[in-house]
Structures are given as C-alpha cells and as structure tokens.
Design a protein around this ligand. Sequence first.
Ligand code: ZN
Length: 315
Amino acid sequence: MWDDRSFGPVAKAHEGLVMAVVDRDGRWFLLRTMCDTLLWADGSQLEFIPAADPVGPGHGTLFSDAVVVLDPGHGGVNHGAQGPNGLREEAVNLDIARRARDLLQEPHLVDWATGIIYPGRDIPAAGRVWVTRTEGPPEADYEAGLLFRAALAGTAGATALVSIHNNAAPDGPSEGPGSETFYMYRDADSRRLAGLLLEEMRSSFAGFDVPWVGDLDAGAKYRLREDGETDYYGILRRARVPTVIAEGAFISSEPEAALLATPAFRQAYAEAIYRALVRFVTTNDPGSGFTTPYPRTTPAGSGDARPTCRVPTQP
Ligand SMILES: [Zn+2]
C-alpha cells in the first residue's frame, strides 16, 4: 500500500518497471516512461523507492554511499551497431551491464597492481545499483529513450551514470585497443570519470591480443554540436549527474566482434567499469588519456524513443 511516508522519487509499477516520478497530484503520480512519454499512474498501484542523498565523489567518500546507474545502450527495436558475426550491440551492452551490476552489488578486494578483483571486504558493495531498460518483466529488454535514462539517474540521486556501448566505423588499425570514452564538456566530474574508465579499459583489454582498430583521436574526449558549446550526445546533454559514454571495442571489426562474443572479454569490460567507479567515488585520481577530438560531421543515431515505442507489460 502507498502512503505519504513511502513516497519516493523512483516508482516501481506492478510490472516491476522502474521509472522516475516527475510530478504529483494527490494520489496520482506523473511518471517518465521508457518511451520518453509522461504517464499518470495511481499511487496505490506503485511501490516507491526513496532517493539516496547524492554523495559527491572524491577521497573520503564511502563506496557504500554511491548510487550507480548503468545504462546499456540501445534496446528493443533499436539494435545499435552490428558485428560481421551477426552480434548485436544492444545484447552485448546489456550483458556487460549485468556483469558490472553483479560486481558492484558484492564486496571485493582489488589488487590495483594487476587489476584483478577478488572476493573480500576492502571495498563494500555500492549503496544502490540501477540498470536501465532491464528492470521489470523477466528477460526484459525494451526500447528506452534518452530522457527516460537520464531522468532515472537524476531522480535516483546517482553518483555516476555509465552508458555502455561498443563502436563502429574506425579510422583504421591501432596498436592497442581503440577504446573511447565521452564526457560532458562542462562537467569536471564527468571528465575525470571518463579518464579513469579509459585507463581501466586499456588495462583490462591489454591482455587480449587481436589486430585492434581505432580512431585517430581515440581516448577520453568530448563531442560538441555545431554551436561549439553543447554536448552532441543526447544522454550527456540531458543527464543532471556525472555521466560518461563508454565505447569499449569496435563491434564492426571482425576480430573485436569475435572478442565481444566471449564471456571473458565482456567480464573484462565489466571489471573496467567496476574499477573505474571505485576509483571515481573513493579517490581523487585524475584519470588519463584525454585527447582533443577532430571535428566530426557524421551523424550518430539520435537514441530518442520511436513513435511506435510501447511501455512493456507482463503477459
Ligand atoms: Zn551504441
């Protein structure tokens, strides 16, 4: 049952779907759906999850106070990039997000010299972990718009939002992994997280020996719209918490698509996300690998929910 005390900014509908509450009128609550639409719902049909007090990242912050939102890119009818082996980016991104969630929800010990993650108590579980477009009906994998993803992170009081992707259309061969991270141009925390995630992905992927590909300006970077001021990517423009986009490997390249098909590589990707988040939340490490992007004119997919998008329900 719903009452005033249990009202929180994140609502769970009876199908198990998690949505941000954006307004309220008496017993009615306005939700931001995965289709980016707004929907009034009866409060008695909802379960409310209280917001965490947002914590600022940095030395002295406890990892157990961190709220993390993992956002597997694409979903539903939006498949993302596709590998020559038929692998779809949306499925790979989702599996990596679930692996990262599992790591974040348990305490661990990290050997920082090697990056190996052990069971242990040195690093507590994160306070709360959300994964967009997965909560709800079993095996849920639905279309989700960028407003929905950003709103969930904002209302959950997320310490960080990591949008998980894999890349396509490289410039050419690369000596090492062509991993990239994109940060919010005007957000120092987002930039630091992008540098840390880039470091950890390079370290995680160094053990895989394949003919890598990459962009000439690979690294931790930004992309701006034509106005030269605002972030090009919608999730970075809409989110109100420190957010990065990860582009771990090139699914469009055959050797890297073969790697992305393996549990070992997906786990290595998830471990990089985990270590980067631990360092982001609990240290002042600056990150590295920042590059100045060359100007791009090739449009990327908008990521907006399509007019045909439907809010999923259980059968
Ligand atoms: Zn993508």
